[in-house]
Design a protein around this ligand. Structure first.
Ligand SMILES: Cc1cc2nc3c(=O)[nH]c(=O)nc-3n(C[C@H](O)[C@H](O)[C@H](O)COP(=O)(O)OP(=O)(O)OC[C@H]3O[C@@H](n4cnc5c(N)ncnc54)[C@H](O)[C@@H]3O)c2cc1C
Length: 394
């Protein structure tokens, strides 16, 4: 089979691969290699699809800030529907958790958010199914938005095609060979050659770098479970916020006319087609029964999804220290959709040897702070708590 020569090979057709391909397609010819038959099959199609600048690790929240403009005002022709819409977030504290809630409130104010601190009964104004007897206080934050992930992914891919790039499905990158100044990547659906490879393979990024002969960087996937059920008969759920307990044991939110709940599990796992964990499904149902007045009669849908983290939970974006033509776009954790637009611009700048975009560097993001070589390879669990932020988010 003939070798197809392009300027950039992007591994992975999730939101990371599609968005960086979009950015790179104005600079050269791009091929996105996706191992599945359709894009977005793994994490991107399994997220809670919310955006907020107010939670998550510090650098990710800055990338969300730098992404917001794109989502609110996408380029002409990018999409026929709004990419973001208001959702709001509600945090609930039990007896003994007021201190946690007040720290969360301080952190939100520090990040510039508007907040409304209220009693457990006051929380019913925002979400009428909260079992207020279980909680003592609450905090509402209006800035949290829903993102239309599918419209975003399709918008990126449509624009890539319009600019002469392409997505090659059923094309698992199986071997990487560095020949002189180029990479040769073999798949069952063709062989591709380019001077630069972007590693946007989600839960598989570590596997890709190993195939390319590069050192281990401990950017690994953790499984999270989600369960979907019918809302109470006759209720209008459209304005309900994403509702969390501040101790981070569950969240639930409206999702296409139904309710999605997650027990915010985080289980280290191999990269795979993640499935819902049955114990976590039972825990999710129990949390809804204990902390809301809703009754789950049947589970309509459930899934598992991978969230991939570096040990410090911050972005892994930039050239591999051992091979500058191998660019990482990884470690998105629960932020890959909401921070994806700016993360893609950053990765594209590294891939094309351009300076970090001015708006991103103005937020204090440097090449060192997000480098895959920043030396955060720590214990095998890959976990490190991020103090003062809501890690359950996403
Ligand atoms: C339950 C849950 C809730 C979440 N909620 C949110 C949220 O509210 N907001 C938010 O911003 N984020 C959220 N996230 C996180 C978000 O989904 C991810 O950060 C994001 O989707 C990561 O995108 P990605 O493109 O890196 O990964 P993926 O979508 O997994 O894409 C990687 C792609 O690489 C492909 N691939 C792998 N290996 C190869 C290979 N060898 N060759 C070719 N292709 C390959 C895979 O098939 C896959 O399609 C959530 C995640 C989960 C699981």
């Amino acid at each position: 089979m003939a070798v197809e020569v392009v300027d950039y090979i992007v591994i992975g057709g999730g939101i990371a691969g599609a968005s960086v391909a979009y950015e790179l397609s104005s600079k050269g010819k791009v091929a996105i290699l996706e191992m599945e038959s359709a894009p977005g099959y793994h994490s991107t199609g399994r997220s809670a699809a919310v955006m907020s600048e107010n939670y998550g690790p510090a650098l990710w929240s800055r990338l969300v800030t730098a992404s917001r403009g794109f989502y609110e005002n996408p380029p002409a022709g990018f999409t026929d529907v709004p990419l973001v819409s208001p959702r709001g977030a509600l945090f609930l504290a039990r007896e003994g958790e007021q201190e946690l809630l007040s720290r969360q409130a301080d952190e939100l104010v520090r990040r510039g958010a508007t907040i409304d601190v209220t009693s457990a009964e006051g929380a019913l104004r925002f979400c009428p199914v909260v079992k207020s007897s279980e909680f003592v206080s609450a905090l509402y934050e209006p800035d949290c938005m829903d993102i239309d992930t599918n419209a975003l992914l399709m918008g990126y891919l449509k624009a890539v095609r319009a600019r002469g790039g392409k997505l090659v499905a059923n094309a698992r990158a199986e071997t990487f060979e560095r020949r002189g100044d180029t990479w040769v990547v073999c798949t069952r659906n063709g062989t591709f050659e380019a001077p630069v490879v972007v590693n946007a393979a989600g839960g598989w990024v570590q596997e890709m770098s190993s195939l390319a002969g590069l050192s281990y960087r401990n950017v690994v996937p953790f499984r999270r479970t989600a369960v979907v059920f019918d809302p109470p008969d006759g209720s209008d759920i459209s304005s309900w916020p994403m509702t969390f307990d501040v101790a981070e044991t569950f969240y639930f939110k409206p999702e296409a006319g139904k309710i999605m709940v997650s027990p915010v599990d985080m289980a280290l796992c191999e990269p795979c087609d993640a499935q819902a964990d049955e114990l976590e499904v039972a825990i999710a149902i129990d949390r809804i029964h204990r902390f809301t007045t809703m009754n789950i009669r049947s589970v309509k849908h459930k899934w598992g999804g991978l969230r991939t983290f570096a040990p410090d939970h911050e972005p892994v974006i930039g050239p591999d220290p051992e091979e500058p033509s191998f660019i990482w776009l990884a470690g998105q954790g629960g932020n890959g959709v909401m921070g994806g637009a700016a993360a893609a611009r950053l990765a594209a700048a590294f891939a094309s040897n351009e300076p970090i975009p001015a708006d991103i560097s103005a937020l204090g993001i440097t090449a060192e702070s997000v480098s895959p070589g920043r030396g955060c390879v720590v214990d095998a669990s890959g976990r490190k708590p991020v103090v003062g932020t809501l890690e359950a988010f996403g």
